[in-house]
Design a protein around this ligand. Structure first.
Ligand code: PDD
Length: 287
């Protein structure tokens, strides 16, 4: 079955889809994005993802390319065309195509909108949940505005690659005070000795993950206490549980960091309970 991508008003065969070489996303990483999960034919937490998209666009002063209703119509159509039941869509908006110049192009330059969709194998995710994943720590070296979900991800790419080469699946950034910020593409959580969930406040230093936000609703429903505060690498290494959250992976247990097991080296109960309750509580939008 051919895959389709949406590019600036057209549904193109994925293999042939492209943007102009002077697109500012390509030239400057001048754009923002969202990744949203699709599960059992339903889009997960769509409203929150589109709210964050609006915020990201506002922070870098790109005008939304169309109304939300039109955007949702395109997302649904693309998912249908690609027959995605379990998978994700990726959406990016850039400042459009213009002759290369650092300053913004004229206000009439239309933003570029690209959306792709793909199916994923639920078995792979289930395997990671059952076994847990390994992580490595890396020095935080990103810019100050990681709260904006920009497509400028080179430090994240290099960190993930470093993890891969060390036989791990995620890299966890650690700031110059020895405090954990977040993963290369995930938020990081620990469970302390009294069973409390701890995660860094999202005011500064991390992306406010949608999964993170919904997980707070889940925790409230399960009666789990959450403390939003920064924590050190040492505290993370000696935690009862560590897990990471992101759309499409929800809540992967981390069983080893820098080659050292977390607790008994097996996935913990808190992550499992949260995962099991997550989709009951998350917003679901039919395709
Ligand atoms: N990444 N922090 C970073 C740096 C991220 O890139 C992501 C998501 C998250 C988790 O956010 P959310 O729960 O909204 O997915 C935190 C996506 C999945 C990606 O880049 O592929």
């Amino acid at each position: 079955m051919p895959r389709y991508a949406y590019v600036n008003g057209r549904y193109l065969r994925h293999a042939d889809a492209g943007v102009h070489i002077e697109d500012r996303g390509y030239q400057f990483a001048d754009g923002v994005y969202e990744v949203c999960e699709v599960r059992h034919g339903q889009i997960v937490d769509l409203t929150r993802h589109l709210n964050r998209l609006d915020r990201s666009l506002g922070e870098i002063r790109i005008r939304a390319p169309m109304s939300r209703a039109a955007l949702v119509g395109i997302i649904r159509e693309l998912l249908r065309r690609n027959r995605v039941r379990n998978g994700l869509f990726y959406l990016q908006v850039t400042r459009g195509v213009a002759r290369r110049d650092h300053v913004f192009p004229s206000a009439e330059t239309p933003a570029s909108l690209v959306i792709t969709a793909k199916s994923t194998d639920p078995g792979i995710i289930a395997g990671k949940n059952a076994k847990g994943i390994k992580a490595v720590t890396v020095p935080e070296n990103r810019w100050d505005r990681v709260d904006v979900k920009t497509i400028g991800l080179l430090p994240n790419v290099l960190a993930r690659q470093q993890a891969r080469e060390a036989g791990a699946q995620e890299a966890i950034f650690v700031d110059s005070d020895g405090l954990v910020t977040e993963g290369a593409a995930t938020n990081v959580w620990l469970v302390d000795s009294s069973g409390r969930l701890v995660t860094r406040p999202a005011e500064h230093g991390i992306l406010r993950g949608i999964t993170r936000t919904t997980l707070m609703d889940v925790a409230a429903r399960l009666g789990l206490e959450i403390e939003e505060r920064a924590f050190s690498v040492e505290e993370m290494r000696s935690a009862r549980e560590v897990f990471i959250t992101a759309a499409t992976s929800i809540c992967f247990p981390v069983v080893e960091i820098d080659g050292v097991p977390i607790a008994n080296g097996h996935p913990g109960m808190a992550a499992q309970r949260i995962r099991e309750a997550f989709f009951d509580i998350a917003e679901k939008t039919a395709i």
